[in-house]
Design a binder for this molecule. Structure first.
Ligand SMILES: Nc1nc2c(c(=O)[nH]1)N[C@H]1C(S)=C(S)[C@@H](COP(=O)(O)OP(=O)(O)OC[C@H]3O[C@@H](n4cnc5c(N)ncnc54)[C@H](O)[C@@H]3O)O[C@H]1N2
Ligand code: MOO
Length: 391
């Protein structure tokens, strides 16, 4: 058995073969740029007003102006004006030729076509957004590796970029083992349970922008498990088994990876839940076998599979998506393994929830993630900083 940290170090070193796809910016949220992006234009592309007010040409001691026209946002050609005159202007409207300053309407007393103001409020160059102050055509506005966030989407749109090259998410196959597992659409027969792992993994994968998902149920028969893995490896980048990886007479996943010549990266970790976790690799593709209890599936997915998927997508911070938060109460760990506990954050502190058995899902109704109690910690005092992995 190896430790949690040793297992993570093995996975972090993996070379993953990435493909690039081009996506419209509004569908690219959560992906990572495969190339730097440059601006298509000078932004702003014309000098414009930052306020609703009056545009004029600044002179020392000005205190009144005559209004001779109006420039609204979207106007192609703002009206002309001369010395001693001003143009009524609105936020985002192009500056009239020759105007260099805007005075806000709140600072002005208007009487018909005349405006008066305190000369101190008419500041030279005020409230003008000049062409190219955000960026110039050709400037790099986002580096390769940047995450597509709503903020970046806004920037991309502002500089005229409609679509972006991003790393593809892997194609994933979920293989659910277990003769007792029944789909939600069917009635449970004696000895059967509902498939909790399949829907949980699918929702996790969708959250990670994986949209090519194959979900297969396989009976506990050796040939069936071996053949299903062969097919899944053929058609996908990543295969996730749930169940069948322990030592029971009907656990055939270990046989399946061996017979398919998958190279083992590790099997069995010093952790609970999920001790019999398996990871392997074949021709740049990956296989994870998550121990079947749903608590173990979700904990192992969050700790090991999710970072690998994120790394596949080009996330340089894939292994750092945790927070260090204080524990809300004392906790005693009774096992000599790293423990991942269903937990929630309340008032900025981590509260370990009741019902930690890996078959017991009731705490998942409250949990906002898992907290890690390190292998070497046994008595953990309230206030101790612990790693919290949110979902
Ligand atoms: N002699 C030993 N027995 C077990 C060990 C061990 O070290 N020695 N490890 C235990 C631990 S820890 C776990 S975790 C499980 C893992 O076993 P498997 O991966 O082979 O999982 P299964 O036996 O197939 O299933 C375990 C449990 O989970 C339920 N399950 C499975 N799939 C689903 C699903 N899709 N949805 C809901 N529930 C599921 C299944 O019915 C079992 O109750 O092994 C222990 N045994
Ligand atoms: O480690 Mo198992 O995942 O407790 O049920």
């Amino acid at each position: 058995m190896i430790s949690v940290n040793e297992a993570k170090a093995i996975l972090q070193k993996l070379k993953l073969s990435r493909n690039v796809q081009v996506l419209p910016i509004s569908s690219a949220q959560g992906f990572f740029l495969a190339k730097p992006i440059s601006s298509q234009l000078d932004v702003p592309s014309f000098d414009n007003s930052a306020m609703d007010g009056y545009a004029f040409s600044w002179e020392e001691g000005l205190s009144q102006l005559e209004l001779v026209g109006e420039a609204a946002a979207g106007a192609a050609e703002p009206p002309k004006f001369e010395k001693g005159q001003a143009i009524r202007i609105f936020t985002g409207a192009p500056m009239p030729s020759g105007a260099d300053s805007v005075i806000m309407q709140e600072k002005v007393e208007r009487n018909g076509n005349n405006i008066r103001f305190n000369p101190e409020d008419a500041v030279r160059g005020n409230h003008v957004r000049y062409k190219g102050t955000q960026c110039k055509k050709g400037d790099i506005i986002a580096e390769a590796g940047a995450k597509i966030t709503p903020g970046l989407v806004s920037l991309l749109a502002s500089v005229g970029v409609k679509e972006v090259p991003v790393y593809q998410a892997p194609k994933v196959s979920i293989i659910i083992t277990g003769n007792e597992i029944q789909d939600l659409v069917n009635e449970l027969q004696a000895g059967q349970i509902y498939n909790a792992n399949g829907p949980a993994l699918e929702s996790w994968l969708r959250k990670l922008q994986v949209d090519e998902i194959q979900a297969i149920k396989v009976p506990d028969q050796k040939e069936a498990v071996v053949d299903t893995l062969a097919q899944a490896l053929d058609q996908n980048d990543l295969v996730i088994f749930t169940g069948g990886i322990s030592v029971g007479d009907y656990d055939f996943v270990k046989n399946a990876v061996e017979e398919n010549q998958v190279e083992q990266l590790f099997y069995k970790l010093k952790q609970r839940p999920g001790k019999p976790l398996y990871a392997g690799q074949k021709d740049g593709k990956m296989v994870f076998a998550l121990p079947g209890n749903p608590g173990s599936v979700l904990s192992c997915f969050l700790q090991y599979v999710k970072p690998v998927i994120q790394a596949w997508k080009g996330d340089e911070e894939a292994w750092n998506h945790f927070q260090e938060l204080p524990l809300a109460h004392d906790f005693e760990k009774k096992i000599t393994l790293t423990q991942f506990l269903k937990a929630r954050i309340q008032n900025g502190k981590v509260e370990v929830l009741q019902g930690q058995e890996s078959f017991n899902l009731i705490a998942f109704g409250l949990a906002s993630g898992f907290v890690e109690i390190p292998e070497e910690s046994f008595v953990v005092e309230s206030g101790t900083l612990l790693k919290f992995y949110p979902w």
